[in-house]
Design a protein around this ligand. Sequence first.
Ligand code: FES
Ligand code: FES
Length: 216
Amino acid sequence: MSDATSPRDAASREPSLSRRSFFKGAGVVAAGGLVGEAVQAAARSASLEPVCMEGTVEIELEINGARAKVAVEPRTTLLNTLRNHCTPPLTGAKLVCDRGSCGACTVHLDGAPVYSCMTLAVDAVGRKVTTIEGLASQGGLTELQSAFCAHDGSMCGFCTPGFVMSISACLESNPAASLDEIQRSCSGNLCRCGTYPQVFEAALAAGRKLRAKGGK
Ligand code: FES
Ligand code: FES
């Protein structure tokens, strides 16, 4: 069995704290140098005295194997950070629903797919962020990306980076993933053009290629 985790699965395992309530909580903890886990812990703690959190914090992220220093407000999402605070901007992850329902913003955090619109940049500190731009080495295409081209896996293409990221994580853990497992891995991704049959064909074809190459 593959670990066919979808971004939606990952989101459903998050603590039962809505994005709105989290931001509300994060907005009343002390700024100082609080980042990542510390911000979350502070936000969850009911015993903290409310202190207005203002301004920006400078954080260092590891994105596609490179270190990137960015100055963001603690409420800034990873998606916003990638698209608007990185140099050069990383616009592969798309802003569509901005509320965790479409998967167009999917990236990998430590190899697992997550919705970057539902992830705070400060929570990515100390973790490996991979975007569609960094999936293949040296500007090439992965087997899955090539298969999307060969099997017409996109129409408008807006959802495509998210599908590629979700299915990549699935095939990475199990190149022999079944159709069911592939479908589950991208169950948190929506394609409004309805390109699902081609997406699944591409995923199965990429899996065959990866197995023929001996795994990855
Ligand atoms: S933009 Fe993040 S899930 Fe839709
Ligand atoms: S190809 Fe258009 S939304 Fe999926």
